[in-house]
Design a protein around this ligand. Structure first.
Ligand code: HEM
Length: 237
């Protein structure tokens, strides 16, 4: 067992820096690759390929995608870019591919939704009384997450963004904050009941989301201070 989320963040950073230029130039090819990955995931679990495949393939390659850790790591990187100082070279390098990264994250999340949804959504709509409380709550939260994620994904495409008023686009993109918070709640609802098995994951997710919240709030307070009319007055006096 290893912490899928930490390995996924490292892989995401390697991808984001290593494929930065390619991602800017050929974003469409990466979207197609992401769709192929989710098709592979579905085939892998539907056709019994998983039983025939070596354990390492499932553990180290397929699981981070299937469990939702890899797409979540991409969302984490996208959110952190917005909370860090954009003047830093490494941050500004990633800033240019924020939209592309979030589109890939959304596509890959669909793979996680399909694989787990086949069991949990089917139970939710046919036999909710038989579900464990945590699975029931997590499935309801997932429905809200999907409802938020789809408009976020569609409006991240430059062609759609260009057709929208800047203010409406910005307002809609603010949904990323509740979406991000719901990811944390989704994971906690599923992992806290398995505390003895998942406590390291719980600590890792709590640190990642907690540090993000502190950084984002600090940045918002700084921006508000810099834009405050009182300060302008004081500075001009
Ligand atoms: C918008 C969508 C979603 C996101 C971003 C998301 C994200 C995550 C993440 C980050 C984990 C923990 C992965 C790990 O570190 O091991 C997870 C676990 C899980 N998710 Fe989701 N999820 C989403 C939707 C869904 C849906 C639709 C379902 C099913 C209805 C679902 C069912 C599960 C289950 C059962 C687990 C626990 C897996 C385990 O025991 O390791 N998720 N999800």
């Amino acid at each position: 067992m290893y912490l899928y989320i930490l390995v996924s963040i490292i892989l995401t950073l390697l991808f984001a820096f290593g494929c930065n230029a390619a991602l800017r130039k050929h974003a469409g090819s990466f979207y197609i690759l992401a769709v192929l990955i989710i098709l592979f995931e579905v085939i892998y679990y539907q056709t019994g390929l998983r039983d025939a495949a070596p354990e390492w393939l499932t553990q180290y390659i397929v699981n981070p995608f299937k469990r939702g850790a890899l797409p979540t790591a991409m969302f984490i990187v996208v959110m952190y870019i917005g909370a860090l100082d954009a003047k830093k070279t490494s941050v500004s390098k990633l800033m240019g591919i924020r939209g592309e990264l979030s589109i890939i994250a959304c596509i890959l999340t669909l793979g996680h939704n399909i694989v787990y949804g086949q069991k949990h959504f089917v139970n939710l709509f046919t036999n909710p009384g038989e579900m464990k409380p945590q699975a029931f709550i997590a499935a309801i939260i997932s429905l809200v997450m999907i409802a938020i994620m789809l408009p976020l994904m569609i409006t991240s495409f430059t062609s759609v963004r260009k057709k929208m008023r800047a203010a409406s686009w910005k307002n809609l993109q603010r949904l990323a904050y509740p979406f991000f918070a719901l990811i944390y709640i989704h994971v906690m609802v599923l992992f806290v009941p398995k505390f003895s098995e998942k406590y390291l994951d719980i600590i890792a997710y709590t640190l990642i989301f907690g540090i993000y919240a502190v950084l984002r709030i600090t940045k918002a307070v700084k921006t508000a201070k810099n834009n405050s009319p009182q300060l302008d007055y004081a500075e001009n006096a």
